[in-house]
Design a protein. Structure first.
Length: 327
């Protein structure tokens, strides 16, 4: 049966679910997960993701274990960002997932300051201190249940959906923390970051345009996107838009985590250059199974965990639209 298609296949399309032959590292992850849940005494494994987009045709197992060191455009592989994207509108808006190394330790990234300009002829004056963003690893975990009988009967079909449950849970919590995180045992979210400017404007096209202008005047814009609540989308759908001589409206998507946020529940939006939002990870996703936790019911449990921090390279790349009163 011919399963090829000209469109980019979903991570859960039939070719990827059945064989995964185009991604050797993904095949290794699934083999490790299958072996883990099949052990009677339980065990641990790590779902490893590549640092680079591609791996060579002749990549050895050692190359794969160390996340790849060479490129080959003919053999694409899926990174952690690719696996999380179907479950996260934050990543679809442009937020980037960066592998910061195998050891969970604080990491510094250079911030982006447009005031530090290059110069002609004479060397420009340097800032006294280079601005740095510090990422601190936080442990993100989820507990999932497997049907052991189903896994033994149809592992090639079941394991991709086990993966999907893990990626969906983790992507959803990363998005919540990136927006609403308190900074206590989790990252600081954009809505709780005091340096992100809030605009007291009715949520709508005029406010989006105002935020876009402010971001563009102060910073080099980079794929500005609007992230709104489901209520804002509902209200916007009922409006007729006038033709815009500048072009189509800003691209936008919805985050369910904004449904209850804001001074008036759901009347809120985030406008920003989301590529400046970094989701830093340390190592892969580690799993530990407990095959006896629900053994009388035919289930086993597995704890999945990863070290994560989320930070904006420049807070001025984002504006929060949060009206004090609904007009």
């Amino acid at each position: 049966m011919n399963t090829t298609t000209t469109a980019s296949p979903s991570p859960y399309s039939v070719p990827n679910i059945i064989c995964g032959n185009n991604d050797p590292l993904r095949a290794m992850r699934r083999s490790a997960l299958t072996e883990l849940v099949g052990k009677e005494a339980g065990g641990t494994c790590e779902l490893i993701f590549p640092n680079h987009r591609n791996l060579a045709h002749n990549a050895s197992k050692r190359d794969l274990e160390f996340s790849g060191s060479v490129f080959d455009e003919a053999r694409p592989v899926l990174m952690l960002e690719d696996e999380l994207r179907p479950h996260s509108n934050l990543i679809k808006a442009g937020a980037r997932v960066l592998d910061l190394g195998p050891s969970p330790q604080a990491t510094q990234l250079t911030s982006i300051d447009p005031a530090l300009l290059a110069g002609w002829v004479n060397t420009p004056e340097l800032a006294a201190t280079t601005p740095l963003c510090v990422l601190t690893p936080w442990r993100l975990s989820c507990l999932i249940n497997f049907s052991k009988t189903l896994l033994k009967m149809q592992p090639d079909l079941t394991i991709p959906f086990v993966e999907r449950q893990i990626f969906s849970a983790m992507a959803g919590e990363m998005e919540r923390a990136a927006l609403l995180g308190t900074g206590t045992n989790e990252p600081v979210g954009l809505l709780t970051e005091p340096l992100v400017v809030t605009l007291d404007l009715p949520v709508g096209e005029a406010a989006f345009a105002e935020a876009e202008q402010l971001i563009s005047e102060a910073y080099l814009e980079n794929s500005i996107h609007v992230l709104t609540s489901p209520l804002v989308r509902k209200n916007q759908r009922s409006l007729q838009r006038e033709p815009n001589v500048w072009g189509d409206p800003l691209p936008r998507s919805v985050s369910p985590h904004l449904a209850t946020a804001g001074n008036n529940a759901g009347q809120i939006a985030v406008v920003g250059s989301f590529p400046d939002l970094i989701i830093g990870t340390w190592g892969g996703i580690k799993l530990q199974s407990n095959p006896y936790s629900r053994s009388p019911e035919g289930f086993i449990s597995a704890l999945a965990e990863i070290w994560v921090d989320i930070i904006s390279l420049r807070t001025g790349s984002f504006k929060i639209i949060n009206p004090a009163t609904v007009l």
